[in-house]
Design a protein around this ligand. Structure first.
Ligand code: FPP
Length: 246
């Protein structure tokens, strides 16, 4: 596959941990642990393929509604995974960033998140965005509030607010919009993920449950992506005139 056919930014909705566990008569927690292993695998795959950015939807703003025990277990799993993986991520030049509302996260996890971000801030390899407590509506609302505050204090002309200005206030500022969205687990919806940023993203839906999503599945997603003409609202003829640039 040529490099130009590769997405620069891949975003993933990792769905199916619970069903993976149920099929094996295991507790949901075992599915989440297997999910962490699959997350590690896709980070390695993206790093190895020279993909610039990967965003993983680890915990949505809606996931707070899950049973308290499951939420607690997930938070502990995130702390453990960070403790275990951060040295290797750093050694592999991965820049880790968390997006989402940190309100409600425990102090242990918050401190791990800050440490991971600080430790890897200067890395220049794969940018790994981990969405925790994230919701697309939260992100857009926060950006709008920040603009409104600045306008109210006289520091910003409301007429100067355009798409670029708003995008700079989103939690993904500075990272190119996702080219490819992968959702595993058989459902075909966006689930309040990167609502603004996914406007022109190619979507790949897989029936594979997240813990089973492996290199062959990832290759299928990349193949579909490279075979798709991205028109961004233009016609194919216009793209030919532009020299195929998209
Ligand atoms: C979806 O499975 C997964 C989640 C709600 C989040 C947990 C994700 C992980 C543990 C992966 C690890 C990620 C990182 C970055 C450490 P589900 O429980 O919704 O599955 P179901 O639909 O089969 O019940």
């Amino acid at each position: 596959m040529t490099e130009s056919a590769l997405p620069r930014h891949v975003a993933v909705i990792m769905d199916g941990n619970g069903r993976w566990a149920r099929r094996r008569a295991l507790p949901r927690q075992a599915g989440h642990r297997a999910g962490v292993r699959a997350a590690r695998r896709i980070v390695e795959l993206c790093g190895g393929r020279g993909i610039a950015a990967l965003t993983l939807f680890a915990f949505s703003s809606e996931n707070w509604q899950r049973p308290k025990r499951e939420v607690g277990a997930l938070m502990r799993l995130f702390v453990e995974a960070l403790d275990r993986e951060i040295a290797e991520l750093d050694a592999n030049d991965v820049r880790v960033k968390f997006i989402g509302d940190r309100e409600g996260l425990g102090p242990e996890l918050r401190s791990r998140m800050r440490t991971a971000e600080d430790r890897t801030a200067k890395n220049t390899g794969l940018t790994l965005l981990i969405a925790v407590g994230y919701g697309g509506r939260w992100d857009i609302t926060r950006a709008a509030r920040s603009l409104a505050r600045e306008a109210a204090s006289g520091g910003l002309d409301p007429e100067s607010v355009n798409e670029e200005v708003l995008a700079e206030r989103l939690s993904t500022a500075g990272v190119p919009e996702p080219d490819l969205l992968i959702r595993t687990g058989g459902n075909h919806r966006i689930s309040n993920f990167l609502l603004w940023q996914l406007a022109y993203t190619e979507c790949y839906f897989s029936d594979t449950l997240w813990p089973d999503f492996d290199e062959a599945d990832f290759d299928r997603a990349l193949e579909q992506y490279s075979a798709t003409e991205r028109r961004f609202g233009k016609t194919s003829e216009q793209l030919d005139e532009d020299g195929g640039a998209c």
